[in-house]
Write a protein that binds this ligand. Structure first.
Ligand code: CAA
Length: 282
């Protein structure tokens, strides 16, 4: 089945980025969220990011307008159009919230519709259990979605080959680079990235170096575009902690224990860029 209509559930950072790239590449996009205000904010962000691409001459003004015209907002998951070929869930990183979305979608979307989660670490097999396991897959985009080339495509235990091939094809149509991954905690990206960030927080907590110098080591010593503490602020410290907990609980291995300083900062609501302060101030 070739996909043409895509519902994106959640219009936050990841959801609006996912809607952006699907619409830009000619898919009809239904953007779904719980409130009109959130949808407006999401679409304003898409418009701003498209404008950024126009000013960098990555796309034309006509492509921007066409892209925006392909995105239709919908308030409430229960109003997601039933004829969607693909539903990509990008709500916040909480298993119960995601299961509730898929449960609702399962009763209203046509049986052929593929369900994909943009979860950064929650088990695809567990998320798929209550809906349509053979047509369920992980489609993990990276932030900022319009810029980052990678999509991890995660096969749940029951994901069938047709579903995998259809999603791989969709990722190629987005001009992304798909990588096939099997369902283990953190997949590949966050199994490797998050322990590095967590270790940087330990280094800070133990006074090994200042936050600026820790970031400088990784930027200039390893050519990372952002230092790990800046990247943690960019991703969100609550998201980083949630992923470390998935790794820790999923492997039952102490090497994934979340750093106490990371936990303390999340408790203090210093979540990074989105709250104006994390390791750095914004
Ligand atoms: N939409 C469209 N274009 C965007 C954009 C957006 N949201 N954000 C940045 N850009 C464009 C800019 O216009 C710019 O374009 P040109 O190259 O044509 O000039 C380009 O991206 C670079 O942006 P900037 O010049 O503003 O800034 P920069 O050079 O510092 O790059 C960055 C910014 C791309 C974010 C870079 O710092 C970077 O790659 N950082 C690392 C990002 C990363 O690791 N992401 C993965 C996070 S982990 C994750 O997402 C998964 C998870 O599960 C937690």
């Amino acid at each position: 089945m070739a996909i043409s209509k895509v519902s994106v559930i959640g219009s936050g950072t990841m959801g609006n980025g996912i809607a952006h790239v699907f619409a830009l590449k000619g898919f009809d996009v239904f953007l779904v969220d719980v409130e009109e205000g959130l949808l407006k904010k999401g679409i304003d962000t898409i418009s701003g990011n498209l404008e950024r691409q126009v000013s960098k001459q990555v796309i034309t003004k006509e492509e921007k307008d066409l892209t925006l015209s392909r995105i239709k907002p919908f308030v409430g998951v229960e109003n997601t159009p039933g004829d969607s070929d693909l539903a990509v869930e990008a709500v916040y990183e909480n298993k119960e919230a995601k299961l509730s979305v898929f449960n609702k979608l399962n009763s209203i979307l046509k049986p052929e519709c593929i369900f994909a989660s943009n979860t950064s670490s929650i088990s695809i097999t567990e998320l798929s259990a209550a809906s349509r396991p053979e047509k369920f897959i992980g489609m993990h985009f990276m932030n900022p979605v319009p810029v980052m080339k990678l999509v991890e495509i995660i096969r749940g235990y029951s994901t069938n080959s047709e579903t995998f091939e259809t999603i791989r094809d969709a990722a190629l149509r987005l001009e992304k680079v798909p990588v096939e991954v099997f369902d283990y905690p953190g997949f590949v990206s966050n199994r490797i990235l998050m322990p590095m960030i967590n270790e940087a927080v330990y280094a800070l907590m133990e006074g090994v170096a200042s936050k600026e110098d820790i970031d400088t080591v990784m930027k200039l010593g390893m050519n990372h575009p952002m230092g790990p503490l800046t990247l943690a602020d960019f991703i969100g410290l609550d998201v980083c902690l949630a992923i470390m907990e998935v790794l820790y609980n999923g492997f039952n291995d102490s090497k994934y224990r979340p750093c106490p300083l990371l936990k303390k900062m999340v408790a203090a609501k210093k979540l990074g860029r989105k709250t104006g302060e994390g390791f750095f101030k914004y």
